[in-house]
Design a protein around this ligand. Sequence first.
Ligand code: G2I
Length: 474
Amino acid sequence: MTINVSDADGRHRSPFRAFARRALALGGAGLVSVTGVVALSGSAQAAGTTLGAAAAGSGRYFGTAVAANHLGESGYATTLDTEFNAVTPENEMKWDAVEGTRNTFNFSNADSIVSHAQSKNMKVRGHTLVWHSQLPGWVSGLAATDLRTAMNNHITQVMTHYKGKIYAWDVVNEAFQDGSSGARRSSPFQDKLGDGFIEEAFKTARSVDPAAKLCYNDYNTDGVNAKSTAVYTMVKDFKARGVPIDCVGFQSHFNSNSPVPSDYQANLQRFADLGVDVQITELDIEGSGTAQATNYGNVVKACLAVTRCTGITVWGIPDKYSWRASGTPLLFDDNYGKKAAYTAVLTALGGTSGGGTTDPGTGGGGTDPGTGTKTCTATYTATQTWQGGFNGQVTVKAGSAAITAWSVKVTLGAGQTTTGVWNGTTAWDSTGKVMTVTPSYNGSLAAGASTSFGFTVQANGNTAAPTVSVCTAS
Ligand code: G2I
């Protein structure tokens, strides 16, 4: 069955107008000519339409690092509250932030994140108690006995302040060296207290808040390598000797120099097999478009394949606030538009985009008992605009029967060219203006489920929205 969906007025819009237009498209079934199928229904908050809700479908959380100074920005807070059900303070719980002066504790910024999270029923990951970085100078200057006292006091004071409010603490962060040595990293703690500082920190932590999960957290430990094996050996030893440890965090900061390892899932699994939870704690993947989306999807799939992988945290919301913003490593663009990576993550989590739920009358997403006819609709949204071009996104939604393939026709305006298409495979007609987009990995949609593809348009003076027409399903 073929359904024609055309762009209402063909004009390119500001993000605010695009938002208003999306609301119109969702509410306005009149834009879509459908025979025998009720088009769209339900609320954007229905289960599985956001990252947090989709992750909750398998009992997991989907979190983000949060910076207190952005909470007053409405796009930031709205995206946080809509999409995520866990937070990690990005810097606000670090030693320099809470105890810059010995025994003088300042929790105000961290408190603002924790209270925000609590008001929204979000989990909080505490980050981090003992770390060589962002460590005030006074700590590094202490001699061994005093340092041990200061470390245990810091853990005790901070964990007492947040007792009962923290899902998991990164008790010790990044204590191992990079490279092939498998050795501990030099730090004031390591150098003055020796290897035993790690287990001492965990024992102190357990005594303060027995309800919090206690994690060891590190980077470059995402695949099977010398560093991850050194951590593995330590965790195995802790479990054997009854040193309290509940989880291992895999930061998962990826880029072309440090790609997602092919044995990522196997590595998570070998830690889980030691009897600890595993968590992806600081995920970001530099890149753009399909390549970035594919990597993100693969990371999520790896976590879902490991029963004890209890949740995923990305290290920030929009690219512009990333610690490595130039690599555009996050799920939302600078205007909080959902990137292809977002869609890949949501899809991998088993969620559905586009704000729709299943059609009424299908009995909860099954094939429409009336017809079983395979249909789809396509809705265009401009997600980002800049001098000279824009990004367009097309949401493809299955009708009241599940589909395994779809095809959408997109006609560019005069003078326009595309410089990239993601989450879809293109075939061009002889004019070079009409592309037929078919799925790359996202062809199978349950009844009422959605996916999206996107493209970048070089406007060449024509900012009109491309015409999206003819969604064909099979
Ligand atoms: O470096 C990425 C992460 C690696 N694993 C541990 C994480 O805690 C770490 O996070 C980053 C934050 O994302 C950055 O925001 O840690 C950095 C410090 O090691 C943070 O950067 C610092 C800047 O270096 C400071 O100049 C700045 O004052 O953020 C501070 C607060 O904005």
